[in-house]
Design a protein around this ligand. Sequence first.
Ligand code: ASP
Length: 450
Amino acid sequence: MAERKKMTLTVKVVLGLVLGLVTGVIINTFLSDNAFVKTWLVGGIFHMVGAMFINSLKMLVVPLVTFSLICGVCGIGDIAALGRIGTKSFFLYVLTTAIAISTAIILATLIGPGQGFQMEGIEVTKVAAKEAPPITQVFIDIIPGNPITAFANGDMLSIIFYAIMVGISLLMIGKAVRPVVEGAEMLNEVAMKMVDIVMSVAHIGVFCLIAKTFSEQGIGLLMPMASYFLTVLGALAIHLFVTILVLLYVFTRFSPIVFMRKMRDAQAFAFSTASSSATIPITLRSVIERLGVNNSVGSFTVPLGATINMDGTAIMQGVATVFIANVYGVELGIGGYLTVIGMAVLASIGTAGVPGVGLIMLAMVLNQVGLPLEGIGIIMGVDRLLDMCRTSVNITGDAMVSTVVAKGENKIDIDVYNDPEAGIFDPDEELDFDDEDEKEFEEIMKNKLT
Ligand code: ASP
C-alpha cells in the first residue's frame, strides 16, 4: 500500500499528460468549431489554470535559487572548489551542446529533410527576427549593476553571480554572520517546502497545459513537416539515450537506468511547461533529493545549466539549418556547418530557458550563414511540440552534468543515488503537518511572545 502511495506523483503527472493529450486531440478533431469549448474551456479554464501553474513554478525560482546557492557556497566552504565546479560545469555544458548539434547536423545530412519540399499548402508565418544579445553583452550583464533589478527581472546569470558573492562574503566573515547563514538555510527549507506544495497539484496544471496545446495544435499540421519533425525527434532520442547516458556512465560509472528513472518527474514538468527556467525547482529537487547530489554543487549547476545549456535546442537548430538549406537549395559546406555549431553554442549561452527562445536564437544562426529567415516561418507551426520535447532533453543534460561534477568533487551520496525510494515525492506524507514539530513551534512562539 505504502509502495503504491509513493508512486502517486509520477503516476498522476503522467496521467495528467496522457489525459491532456487525449482531451486536446479530441477537441482539435471534433470540437474545434464549438464556440463554447473554444472560448470557455480552451481559452478559459485550460488557459487560466495552465498559466496559474506556470506562474506558481516561476514564483519558486528566484528565492529557491538564491537561498540554495547561498547555502551551497557556504556549504563548500572553499572558494577554490567553487572555481573548479564552475570551470568543470561550464566546460561540460559547452561540450555537450557541441556534441548535440553535431549529432543533429550529421543525422539531418544523412536523412536530408526538406529535399524536394513542397511549399504549396504550407502556411508560412511572417517572422520578425529579434536579435539575440551579443556575447560580449552577455558577459557584461552577468554582473548586475543593480541586484534588485536583476532579482525583479529574474536574470538568472546575474542572480547566480550575486548569490555567490553573498555566499563568499559570508564565508570570509565567518563566525560573526553565522545567524545569517542559518537564516538562509531555513529560508532554503521553506523554499523547498513550497516546491512540494506546488508539486502536489502538478497533475492538474500539466493536464490543462497539455490539453490547451493539443486543442490548438492539430496533428494534421505535422504531416507536411514530418521529415523535419521526425529528424529532430530522432536526434533528440540519440542525444538523450546515447550521448547523455554514455557520458554519465563514462564519467561516473553510475547506473544510467536509475538516472533516467529519477529524472522522470522533472522531464514531465519540462515537457508540459516547455521552459527549463520554470522547471528549475523540480530539476533541483530531483538532482539533490533523488540523485543525491550535494546542494553545494546542485544549487550552482542546475540554474546555470537551465540558462546556458540547451542541448535539445541546439539539436533543433542543427536540423532546422539543414532543413532550411535543403528547402532553399543552398549548399552550406563544412565551413558553414562549423559556423552553425559555433553560433548555436554561443547562442545557447546567451538566452534563458523559456518557451520558443530556440527559434529566436535560430535567427541568429541563420543570419550568420546567410540562410533566409523566412525559413523559420516554415517550421514555426510545429515548433511548440518540439519545444516541449527538447526542453525535457535540455534539463536532463543539466542533471547529467550536475551528477558528473558532483562525482568528481566527491559531493554525491551514492546510497541516495542507488536508493529507488530516495526523495520520492509523496503528497500525503510530505504535506502533513508534523504534530510534534508543530507543538514545539507553538511552545517557542509562546515563549517568545510572553
Ligand atoms: N524552451 C526551451 C527551454 O526552456 C528553449 C527553446 O528551445 O526554445 O529550455
